[in-house]
Design a protein around this ligand. Structure first.
Ligand SMILES: [Mg+2]
Length: 166
């Protein structure tokens, strides 16, 4: 079950307190590309500021965990007022462990929010955190990504992964 997320939703802004309560999660580690923004894009996902504010008010701790270099991640972190870990080396577990530790949170109360099964979800499962998989905001054009997205489709079928319905 290493490739199966605990929860599948479309957009980051679809995550609400009920989902987090069901997962027993109080800290979220947030991916950047195709989660907070488009791949290599600079624009923030629609409604992101409001969502972050809502989460903060609800006592949810947020931290960015990205495989991108810090120079790419820092502008997002600054804009959103969030702490961050760049060069996260997902799916290796170290970044997840660092993130949870920095937030002062137990792993079982921490979740990764990201768009890729083979990095975000797999790494989260290996690290022992909860995993929330999102639909990528926009599909990537690079060949390596196209292969990865095809493989993801197979995993979706095998594990019957579907968007969570209310
Ligand atoms: Mg991503």
């Amino acid at each position: 079950m290493l490739l199966k997320p605990h929860l599948k939703l479309k957009r980051i802004t679809d995550i609400d307190f009920r989902h987090l309560k069901d997962l027993d999660v109080r800290t979220l580690l947030l991916d950047v590309d195709n989660t907070l923004s488009t791949d290599h894009g600079t624009e923030l996902a629609k409604g992101l500021y409001e969502w972050i504010e809502k989460m903060r008010e609800g006592g949810i701790k947020l931290l960015i965990l990205s495989n991108a270099k810090s120079v790419r991640v820092k502008p997002f972190a600054d804009k959103l007022g969030l702490d961050f870990i760049g060069l996260g080396l997902k799916p290796l577990p170290f970044g997840y462990l660092r993130g949870a530790k920095r937030a002062g949170e137990k792993l079982k109360h921490t979740a990764i929010v990201g768009d890729q099964i083979f990095t975000d979800t797999l790494g989260g499962r290996l690290a022992g955190v909860k995993t929330i998989l999102l639909t990528p905001i926009e599909l990537e054009k690079q060949f390596s990504f196209k292969v990865r997205r095809k493989l993801e489709k197979i995993v979706f079928k095998i594990h019957k992964i579907e968007d969570h319905k209310e």
